[in-house]
Design a binder for this molecule. Structure first.
Ligand SMILES: Nc1ncnc2c1ncn2[C@@H]1O[C@H](COP(=O)(O)OP(=O)(O)O)[C@@H](O)[C@H]1O
Ligand SMILES: [Mg+2]
Length: 201
């Protein structure tokens, strides 16, 4: 890769084990994926609030917040969507190393990018949550008015309308927000982290 030949990873004195011993929990990525309006931000935000109440070190990376800063130079072509997710994956991995439970709420429509994100951390610290919701329900919710704009041709390459969404073949958890309540989905995500010993029960 360009420019990487003279780079040597510097080992830090403070290790992950040190951080885990102090916080009493492990770091992990909780990766929410799904259509726009499926409820990723709503659910990730609620899960973070519950974890925070339990004293867990958390951080939420959310689509528009990252696109307005770190990734403000990227658009919505397939190449830019890939680069968007690549950078987020790297940032998420750094947060895991810092011992945080990092929650990400991005449409992340491509299986290959989600797989690449998973490969940035250990196999047992990546949790893909498919926030499933039928397109017509997402479109009826239309929390940001984006579906209407997409149908009116004002937004190019809108996921689910004019750009593909690849359903996760093997997510750690599927929540269907058209059938379960926010409280139910939240409890299921927390239970998953407890079961996998990221956090104590
Ligand atoms: N069970 C549910 N879980 C999550 N969101 C829900 C649920 N039922 C209705 N909603 C609503 O659906 C919308 C989801 O929007 P948002 O979280 O911004 O989606 P996304 O981040 O996936 O684009 C919100 O207006 C939320 O209040
Ligand atoms: Mg969102």
């Amino acid at each position: 890769m360009a420019g990487s030949e003279n780079i040597v990873w510097h080992k830090t004195t403070v290790t992950r084990a040190d951080r885990e011993a102090r916080s009493g929990h492990r770091g992990a990525v909780v990766w929410f994926t799904g259509l726009s309006g499926s409820g990723k931000s709503t659910l990730a935000n609620r899960v973070e609030a519950e974890l925070f109440k339990k004293g867990i070190r958390t951080y939420l990376l959310d689509g528009d917040n990252i696109r307005s800063g770190l990734n403000h130079d990227l658009g919505f072509t397939d190449a830019d969507r890939k680069e968007n997710i690549r950078r987020i994956s790297e940032v998420a991995a750094l947060f895991v190393d810092s011992n945080a439970v990092v929650l990400t709420a991005f449409i992340s429509p491509f299986t290959s990018e989600r797989r690449a994100a998973r490969e940035k951390v250990s196999e047992d610290e990546f949790f893909e949550i498919y926030v499933k919701c039928p397109l017509d329900v997402c479109e009826a919710r239309d929390p940001k008015g984006l579906y209407r704009k997409a149908r009116d041709g004002e937004i190019e390459a809108f996921t689910g309308i004019s750009s593909p969404y690849e359903e996760p073949p093997a997510p750690e958890l599927v929540v269907d927000t058209s059938e379960e309540t926010l409280d139910q989905s939240t409890a299921r995500v927390i239970a998953l982290l407890e079961k996998n010993k990221i956090i104590g029960a």
